[in-house]
Design a protein around this ligand. Structure first.
Ligand code: ADP
Ligand code: ZN
Length: 435
């Protein structure tokens, strides 16, 4: 595929020039934060670091971390770095893991964010000839606004659908011949399933690409969505605290996401010690915003577990890449002492021919964790013969044991009995109340 870049010079910049640019921006950003955010100034003072100590990226490690707890403590205005008159809007996290946090944007911040999303759309092959259907939620959630803005910047005809009302999504997709779909991977799977039920084959569907993110999804799920919709599916990553989607995006290589590192500097740290780990190590992803005005975060701990790589990419971009996040440190379940990620369960299910419609239910009975996975039978696998169901459950439990090291109780349920998600899917029901 011939490459289209939105910002060619930045996206293909030599790494040493990028580091210089990042260093210059960091010095300014640290000064801006120290002067305008008393909350962070206190953290720096406590650590004995002054803005003058930060002369470039090499000094970044001297700065204190910020965590989601800090954002909650400082709610709502404690981390705001400009007067409110300069802010044009707020967004808020989805609240997947607790109280929501709010982020503020100046007009420049909005521009920068939309540019990031425009880079993502062009990396997925988008041009001004495309019809881009944005089916992420609009409103406080960042997904809709970010991709909507990016789509405008590329010059696509933008369908601001928001999520939900799947029949209407399909009608507009067909009537207006949408060529790019942006939504969560779980909603893409649901739209695909509905199209199939309505009798559409992949070749009847006008889409060529999908830009899916905002939640973890596996390679197997990617392949399944690609087959159902007849598209190439690209990953996109971001979080409200740093703007929203578009912090990192996938290119034609579909093997990790390029980080918009001229705006967001990434580090990988050991989540227990805070030590910065070398490229290629697995650890917690930490971002420093380099240009943001209203809500600049220095060394923000995302809790996402990830690996960075500077390996050469066939698309020509030199921006550093992050692997698909495996899940968050707080998504990880510890069941009978074993670490379990929903993504591992999803991998097994798709390998065994199931769809990614499942729920993990954990409880504690007589001081022992119970671990149940509710899985939908597909229409092809459906049977009401008890002995067949038991056989299938046993076989699936065996495959899970091999992947996870512990044995779940599998509970197969009828097709379509697990609620579909139009936004981020809820996969875990933890009844143990450990926190
Ligand atoms: P919340 O933290 O309440 O879910 P956000 O809507 O800002 O708020 O979600 C950001 C989080 O979503 C990220 O920190 C990450 O855990 C997850 N996420 C976003 N994009 C992806 C992606 N492409 N792959 C995996 N996880 C993602
Ligand atoms: Zn690439």
């Amino acid at each position: 595929m011939t490459q289209n870049y939105y910002h060619k010079e930045i996206e293909t910049m030599k790494p040493e020039d990028m580091r210089k640019l990042q260093s210059e921006k960091l010095v300014k950003q640290v000064k801006h934060v120290y002067e305008n955010v008393p909350y962070y100034r206190n953290l720096m003072d406590e650590k004995g670091v002054k803005p003058e100590d930060i002369k470039g990226i090499d000094d970044l490690h001297k700065l204190p971390f910020l965590s989601k707890t800090d954002l909650r403590d400082a709610y709502p205005y404690g981390l705001l770095a400009v007067p409110l008159e300069k802010c044009v809007k707020i967004h808020s996290t989805s609240g997947t893991t607790g109280r929501r946090v709010v982020a503020f944007y100046t007009q420049n911040d909005v521009d920068l964010w939309e540019d990031c999303c425009a880079r993502a759309i062009m990396a997925a092959g988008g041009t001004n000839k495309d019809v881009c259907q944005v089916s992420y939620g609009y409103g406080l959630f960042t997904g809709g606004a970010g991709l909507n803005g990016g789509s405008h910047k590329v010059g696509c005809l933008t369908l601001p659908m928001s999520s939900g009302n799947t029949d209407r999504q399909i009608q507009f997709m067909m009537d207006l011949q949408a060529s790019i779909l942006c939504c969560t991977p779980s909603y893409a799977a649901y739209i695909g399933e509905t199209l199939k039920e309505q009798g559409y084959r992949p070749e009847d569907i006008p889409l060529k690409a999908g830009i899916f993110g905002a939640e973890p999804w596996t390679e197997e799920m990617r392949r399944s969505i690609e087959a159902t919709l007849g598209i190439k599916a690209y990953d996109i990553y971001g979080l409200t605290e740093t703007t929203g989607p578009g912090v990192a995006f996938e290119c034609s290589e579909q093997n990790g996401m390029h980080i918009n590192e001229d705006h967001f500097y990434a580090e990988i740290i050991d989540p227990d010690t805070g030590e910065v780990l070398p490229e290629g190590s697995k650890g917690e992803l930490v971002f420093t915003s380099l240009d943001k005005e209203a809500f600049p975060l220095l060394r923000y701990r995302t809790r996402d577990i990830c690996v960075l790589s500077r390996k050469k990419c066939s698309c020509g971009r030199t921006l550093i890449k992050m692997a698909k996040p495996m899940g968050r440190t707080d998504d990880m379940l510890i069941i009978r002492g074993v670490n379990v990620f929903p993504s591992q369960i999803e991998t097994v299910l798709l390998k065994e021919g199931y769809e990614p419609n499942y729920q993990i239910i954990v409880d504690r009975v007589n001081n022992t964790d119970t671990f149940e996975v509710k899985v939908e039978m597909t229409a092809e696998k459906f049977t009401d013969k008890v002995s067949d169901i038991l056989k299938m459950e046993k076989s699936l439990a065996g495959s899970m044991k091999t992947m996870l090291g512990i044995n779940p109780t599998i509970h197969l349920v009828a097709p379509k009995s697990i609620t579909r998600s139009e936004g981020k899917a809820v996969r875990i029901i933890d009844k143990r109340k450990l926190v």
